[in-house]
Each structure stands twice: as structure tokens, then as C-alpha cells.
Design a protein around this ligand. Sequence first.
Ligand code: TRP
Ligand code: SF4
Length: 402
Amino acid sequence: MNMFIERVLSGMRPTGSLHLGHYHGVLKNWIQLQHEYECLFFVADWHALTTHYDNPHLIEQSVWDMVLDWLAAGVDPAHATLFIQSRVPEHAELHLLLSMMTPLGWLERVPTYKDQQEKLTEKDLSTYGFLGYPLLQSADILIYRANQVPVGEDQVPHIEFTREIARRFNHLFGREPGFEEKALLAVKKLGSKKAKLYHELRTRYQEQGDDEALESAKALLNEAQNLSLGDSERLFGYLEGGGKMILAEPRALLTAAAKMPGLDGQKMSKSYHNTISLREDTDSVVKKIRTMPTDPARVRRTDPGDPAKCPVWALHQVYSSEQTKQSVVQGCTSAGIGCIECKQPVIDAVLEEQKPMHERAKPYEEDPTLIRNLIADGCEKARELAQETLRDVREAMGLNYS
Ligand code: TRP
Ligand code: SF4
């Protein structure tokens, strides 16, 4: 196993049950990532409180349902660490410490801050917690030194912000006394050949801004077996000219914007009341799709229709083979098929997709202690990682008196 396997972290806010839009937009991606990386997925309950502080019961209920939905979808606790944010209080301590050095202007400039305030007018979001939302997210990410963060487009500024926070932190607190000397000693430990190469690459990067040299030097460090963690961090820091790298800058792993259409042709979203939930029962799925609106021009069975004007067609795009789609276009435009007939393959495909989800969910539904236990395990694992980072952060900030 590769020791330097990249770490992926992502969180989801528990504000209601999950639907097929979450599956196609987010969970399918997580499920793939869990086999390729070390993955941490968490329930962002504190984040939910920043916008839903007036309805904590919704959050409480959603937490366990959401984890159950993840498991149903195929997130596998044997491959990914699943936990709840508020059960790892280290996130809060890091958030507090980072808040000391976070310029207010940086937070006010995050686009989601004004957007959400304008959009959610029924809520008072001029709160301290809501302004600090992106910083809490930074703490979530930085506390695990996560390299990659799968998010949607709207969250990319939060990852950018996190990178700036990490840089600022390392710049302010990453200098230990005698850093340069220690770094030079650490270079020697690479062995003379690699040490020479490291110096060359560092010079090329620092004097000519050669990114390739930077990447090669990083690869060299990643492969070096005999370095202590401290020396390894010093060498990464020395390479880029800063101090010791205490917090790692993450990258956004942009999830291809799978816009899952809802029952009315708009994007599937709880606020449009056009969803099919992940574990919706069969009868309800059938009924919802059977009663979906179709091309309004098809009043009678004998009227030809235009798939482009029909929400059912949007679902065929997600679920149907080329062949089925061809026969839909042919049948619809010539009034050769009726809408009920046209909907059947979509119904079948959705039920087929959900079948394994119901099966995976069953043991957890029957015995709720299973979920409680696997989350307890996940929280414990996450805490260990979080405590390690926090130790370094406290030390760097001069808070390790004992
Ligand atoms: N802000 C994210 C969202 O609304 C949820 C979230 C919280 C998150 N902390 C995170 C996502 C850390 C990725 C990493 O979707
Ligand atoms: Fe929509 Fe299919 Fe009816 Fe055409 S036949 S209007 S595509 S449901």
C-alpha cells in the first residue's frame, strides 16, 4: 500500500432526506472515490446549524437518515471513514484558532455569503456563525490535512479560501527557531545523490518559477522513506520558500455537474417539491412518475408531441439507452406511443437503481445500533487524525504549555 495515498474529505449538511439528485450529483462520486483514495465523509451538523439554528429537530432527525442513505447508496464503511462533525470537537478548536488570523474582509468576500443572505430572505443570516461558515469548512478540511475535496461548483470559492487560510497560517506560524539549519540537516538525510537533486530542483523552482521542478521535488520527497514526519514537512516548506508546512493546501475535486432533472423538468431539489427520495417506496415511485407532466401539447393520445418540451424526456437522458431514446423520439413525434407507455422504461430504471439501495439499507433499518456503532468507530478514527494536527497547530501557536 502506498504510504502517501491522497486523502479525500467531504461533508454534507443534514437538512432533510436525500433524493436521487444527491445520488447522481454527489454520492456516486463518493462511492467511486472510496476505492481510489483514503476517504473521510462526515455529517456537517454544525454547518446545518448556521442556517437552520431555528429548527434543530430537523437536523437531529436528518443525521441518522442521511447516514443510512449514504450506506444505501453504496458508501462502504469498510473503505471510508464516516463520522459526525460535532462528535469531533477538534474542528471547533481549530476554527477558533484560525479565526484569530482570519481577516474579516476575506469572509465578507466569499460569494456564498451575500448570495445566501439574499436568497434565504425568510431567515436572519446576519449572524456570527453564518459569516464564519467558510472558516469552519476550512477547519474541517485542514484538520485532516486533506489533499482533495470533492465539491460542487458553488463550493469552489470555499476551497480557494481554505488554501489562503492554510498559506497564511503557515506563513505566520510555520517558522520554528533555526528552521533553515534544520531544513539543511534534513536535506542531508536524503542521501547525497537525492540531496543534490533536491537542491537543484529547489533552485530551479525558486529562481525560475519552474513548476515541473517543484513537482519533481515533491515526488522525490514523497518517495523518501527514511524521513521523519517533521523533517518531511520542513523539506516541503523549505522547497516553496515558506516555513514549515503545518497545514496542507487542499485542492477542489470538482464533481462534474450532473444536473439531475426532477419530476417537473427543473433541477431536482427539495425546495421545488419535485424529488424522488433515495429509498422511496415502490408504489410511490410508480405513482410519481405516472403522474408526471408531459408535453402540454399532447392533450389526446393522438396528438404528436415534442420530447424537448417534456420532463419525462429529461429523465430518459439519465436512464435510457440510445435505442430506447430513439424509439421515444420516434413514438412521441408520430403519436405512435402513449405517455404512460413512454414512462414505463423510466419507472423500471429508477426501481432497478433503487433495488440494491433498499437491500443495503435493510439490515441498518432493522437494527439501528449498527449505524450508531459504525459512526462511533468513524468518530474515533477521525478524532485521532484531528488530534494529531491540532497538536502541531497548538505547538506552532505557542499553546503547548504543560
Ligand atoms: N459547505 C458544504 C456544502 O454546503 C458542506 C461542507 C461542510 C463541506 N464542510 C465541508 C464540504 C468540508 C467539503 C468539505 O455542501
Ligand atoms: Fe413526453 Fe414521452 Fe409523452 Fe412524448 S410520449 S410527451 S416524451 S412522456
